[in-house]
Ligand binder design. Structure first.
Ligand code: TRP
Length: 464
């Protein structure tokens, strides 16, 4: 069974693939702009706290369920839940994960596709020309690019093509190989950009902004946003880490791996912030709408440097790479359901699921201005949920992931049973002096914290 499902080549293969899943647009696009909106320092500290107290424990729980069952989410919860309280109903957690993977991928790949266009614009020099005038670039981004349905669909389909290709070739030859090549490259490019940013005049100010907390600016909203983001950036709540965990051997320490993946993810997010804030601070260009910093402000700042085209190109390529190792994990969850549960071959599963999501994603691609109906549809009725794109993001970030994470924590904390849990965690790890601490976190702290997100969503606050 394990043979036909696939396995990582070893510990490093797993860590790289899982870190590749974790590091993505969440780190390089979303984290910098929400840190900017939430005034830096204190938010960063709370975020790190959330990663440690909630993120790492839930990641351990997910990987543990995956390795225990050697199955993807639907099968995993079905087999473990079978003779426990709740029984077959736990299978629903698996299906929720598949639904979340489908939904997230359908819009994530649209944004990921932007990086291809921006790499292209950098190489042709067009971006540098546009970026000499901040307003011209804003207009270009919103009117000529987002609202250009043809371009949006084309890049989205391209990105889905790359993603499907990697999943098609399997756990070791596809997913792991891509991560092994792209991740080191990503680290290297980031280090080059970090070294460069340290020579800019805005570097110290950026460090101050990020690492000197001012708690007076912290609100309940930012605490919950930090938690929601910790979830998204660590790829938790929908069984992605569970699925990747189903391809590991018993000789790997799950807690150590979870800690290392989370650490790498957090360090990369912080480096991305240092780079971006340094270069923004060194110029007198004002940051307009935070969520578009990456595609409007950054190129404008780069434009003032020598070799702007070059820096821009490697920068967008980097973001594209990071996004690709994340979209791969999203498609893997959906595909492995078809492989494990429907008995499909990997080829059939990846191509069919990849195509269905690609086609559905066209609706997202056209809802950024390309098509009036899709752009204005608003099922939730709040500003940020406008369009099919906004609705999908809202559903995934506010409902599917928190509810999924909540149920995974409940399952492992309360239902699975201490004996099975300890048994699985000890394999590849040995003595666990911190087991009680983890158990308290997964039983009480994680469900309560994630429950707070769900309650606040019900009460009407959104976390994107
Ligand atoms: N973690 C990725 C990011 O930060 C996105 C991602 C990949 C994800 N797989 C996931 C998010 C599974 C939630 C669940 O960009």
């Amino acid at each position: 069974m394990a043979e036909s499902r696939g396995q990582w080549s070893g510990r490093i293969g797993f860590i790289l693939a899982a870190t590749g899943s974790a590091i993505g647009l969440g780190n390089l696009w979303k984290f910098p702009y929400i840190t900017h909106e939430n005034n830096g320092g204190a938010f960063v500290l709370v975020y790190i706290g959330m990663v440690l107290l909630v993120g790492v424990p839930i990641m351990i729980a997910e990987i543990l369920v995956g390795r225990r069952t050697q199955l993807s989410p639907v099968g995993a919860f079905r087999s473990l839940g079978k003779d426990k309280p709740g029984g077959g109903a736990w299978t629903g957690v698996g299906f929720l994960g598949v639904l979340a993977g489908f939904t997230i991928l359908s819009y994530y790949s649209v944004v990921a596709g932007w990086t291809i266009h921006y790499t292209y614009l950098s190489l042709t020099g067009e971006l540098a020309t546009l970026a000499t005038d901040p307003h011209a670039l804003q207009t270009y981004f919103g009117r000529d690019f987002l609202a250009n349905g043809k371009l949006q669909v084309m890049y989205h389909l391209m990105f889905m093509g790359f993603t499907t290709g990697a999943v098609y070739f399997g756990v070791q030859k596809g997913i792991e190989r891509v991560a092994k090549i792209l991740l080191p490259l990503l680290f290297l490019i980031l280090l080059v950009l970090l070294a460069y940013s340290s020579t800019t005049s805005g570097f110290n100010e950026a460090l101050h902004f990020l690492f000197v907390p001012d708690f007076s600016t912290l609100t309940t909203g930012s605490v919950l946003e930090a938690l929601g983001h910790a979830f998204f950036t660590l790829s938790l709540g929908m069984g992605a880490m569970l699925t990747y965990g189903s391809y590991i051997n018993k000789d790997i320490s799950i807690p150590r791996a979870a800690f290392q993946i989370s650490l790498l993810d957090t360090v990369i997010a912080l480096i991305a912030c240092v780079i971006m804030f340094s270069i923004i601070n060194s110029s007198d260009i004002e940051v307009s709408k935070s969520s578009t910093i990456l595609f409007t402000t950054i190129p404008t700042v780069f434009a003032q440097l020598p070799a702007a085209g070059f820096f821009n190109a490697i920068f967008y390529l980097l973001i594209g790479f990071a996004a690709l190792t994340s979209t791969i994990s999203l498609l893997e969850v959906v595909s492995s359901y078809a492989i494990d549960d429907l008995g499909w071959t990997r080829r059939r599963a990846s191509v069919t699921m990849g195509s269905v999501i690609a086609v559905f994603g066209v609706l997202n691609a056209l809802s950024l201005g390309g098509n009036a109906t899709l752009t204005s549809i608003n099922l939730v009725g709040r500003e940020s949920t406008a369009g099919v794109f906004g609705t999908m993001d809202y559903l995934a970030s506010n409902w599917f992931l928190p509810v999924g994470g909540f149920l995974i924590a409940l399952f492992v904390g309360w239902i699975l049973g201490v004996r099975d849990t300890v048994d699985e965690l000890q394999k590849g790890h040995g003595e666990m002096p911190w087991f009680k601490l983890w158990h308290v976190l997964i039983k009480f702290v994680a469900p309560l914290a994630v429950g707070a997100i769900i309650v606040s969503v019900i009460l009407g606050r959104e976390y994107q």
